[in-house]
Design a protein around this ligand. Structure first.
Ligand SMILES: [Cu+2]
Length: 460
């Protein structure tokens, strides 16, 4: 729950960090983790062992837990044969800990260790993942959940992360490496898979408490697939979006775009089993089930929980507008665009440079500046998706207000860090630029980002 006071504190958080950072670390609880990225074997099916890249040999990577107000300290060792880095998706981070190679840190070379240390001053469902060639490193397993709890979590009997991934495997149940870099995938919806897992498993079952409250934390770690879920319940009660608590609302089905998170609350009174299905395909897949088994020790009442977000849209009278005209991809209208200052036609960009997407007729990369703003400016990203594809647009370092069109029963401003924008949609993403640094704005369909749909915004 975010009170108005906490929310104001949250908005001014980076200011406090900038001023007090050395002292803060002394007063706060430091939660330490060691993470090692390495080549690992994992069985998706029977005794076929796929060669993955994993954190600490587990799929998904270890769940990192902290309480709001803690400092996370992660000693990360790269034991891969290639450089890497870790991005903490959704965390309002200190810029140099944001994990974007070339922009906020040097790539971490094979054999090197890098210490990530940052305060976590807002609760919710987040995740971490590789940000170096993420189109292949994330596809091979380099990600894990990051959960920040606060007082509201005392109300739940069960708390289950539902980390979903859409893998592309070959007939030997190995990662289909041949299709990495497929121009067809990169110019269309991205790398769509053929093997769906929840927490690394096919249709797992979880036991939950009787007469209790269960919090489900959906995370979409897919490279590109927009997941859509329904359950055997009449409706699904959504309580948080991209980590931020919302006034609960009900949806029959709900989508989770790449990088997005949705938290659900289930009241198990009069329920013995719940099945969840992933329905983005013609044939619905059984995603996972919840079996009501464990005895509840506490008596819960949903109505007594105070879900009271207080979202105050910043005043827009002095807002700075940044226009972002998104073009490119298959069947699109991008005829030519600039790459490193040189204008080329679309075909040459695709064949010579493997670039397919542009903001404002310029091909982007991690080091391409979109715009500079001053600290505490109110910024409106005026985004026009002028392509034939949906895009999961992620801003680093900030949450933004968006009048979301993603839900049936919620048609108002949400605070998100990743917004699924539909073809032809025009949307305004509004944020208070209170966190200094260089922050990426990119599509989380990882193939789209790799082929041009990425820029950064500088907050000075
Ligand atoms: Cu995209």
């Amino acid at each position: 729950m975010i009170s108005r006071r906490q929310f104001i504190k949250y908005l001014s958080y980076s200011f406090i960090v900038t001023k007090l950072n050395p002292v803060l670390a002394d007063n706060k609880k430091i939660i330490k983790y060691n993470i090692i990225a390495k080549k690992s074997k994992f069985s998706f099916y029977k005794n076929f062992y796929a060669n993955l890249l994993l954190y600490n040999n587990v799929n998904p990577g270890p769940q990192l837990n902290a309480n709001v107000g803690d400092v996370l300290k992660i000693e990360f060792t790269n034991n891969l044969d290639e450089p890497t880095s870790i991005h903490w998706h959704g965390i309002k981070n200190i810029n140099k800990m944001d994990g974007v190679p070339y922009l906020t840190q040097d790539p971490i070379q094979p054999g090197e260790t890098f210490s990530y240390e940052f305060p976590v001053n807002h609760s919710g469902t987040y995740w971490y993942h590789a940000h170096f060639e993420s189109w292949q490193q994330v596809a091979r397993g380099l990600y894990g959940p990051l959960i920040i709890k606060d007082k509201i979590d005392d109300n739940f009997d069960d708390d289950i992360v539902i980390l979903a991934d859409d893998w592309r495997l070959n007939k030997n149940y190995q990662i289909d490496k041949k299709s990495f870099g497929s121009l067809r995938d990169w110019s269309h919806a991205g790398r769509i898979g053929n093997w769906f897992t929840i927490n690394g498993e096919k249709s797992p079952e979880y036991k939950i408490s009787k007469n209790g409250l269960t919090r489900l934390r959906f995370i979409n770690a897919s490279n590109a697939r927009v997941l859509k879920f329904r359950s055997s319940l009449n409706s699904n009660k959504i309580i948080a979006v991209d980590g931020i608590i919302v006034k609960p609302f009900k949806e029959e089905t709900f989508t989770v775009g790449p990088g997005q998170r949705i938290d659900m609350l289930i009241d198990t009174v009069n329920i013995s089993k719940v099945d969840y299905f992933e329905i983005s395909n013609k044939n619905p897949l059984k995603a996972f089930s919840l079996k009501v088994k464990k005895a509840n020790t506490k008596n819960r009442e949903f109505t007594k929980i105070n879900f009271s977000p207080n979202y105050n849209l910043p005043k827009l009278n002095k807002a700075k507008t940044i226009n972002i005209h998104m073009q490119g991809g298959a069947m699109g209208n991008l005829t030519k665009a600039k790459i490193d200052g040189v204008e080329k036609d679309f075909r040459a960009l695709a064949m010579e440079d493997k670039k397919l997407w542009a903001f404002n007729k310029e091909i982007g990369n991690y080091e391409k500046l979109l715009s500079s703003v001053k600290k505490n400016d109110v910024v409106i990203l005026n985004v026009w998706n002028d392509t034939r594809w949906s895009h999961s647009m992620h801003l680093h370092g900030h949450h933004f207000f968006v009048n979301s069109k993603e839900f049936t029963n919620y048609n108002n401003y949400l605070l998100r860090d990743t917004y699924l924008i539909q073809p032809n949609e025009k949307s305004k993403l509004i944020f208070l630029a209170d966190n200094p640094g260089k922050w990426l704005f990119h599509c989380h369909m990882l193939e789209h980002a790799a082929s041009g749909m990425v820029n950064y915004i500088k907050v000075t």
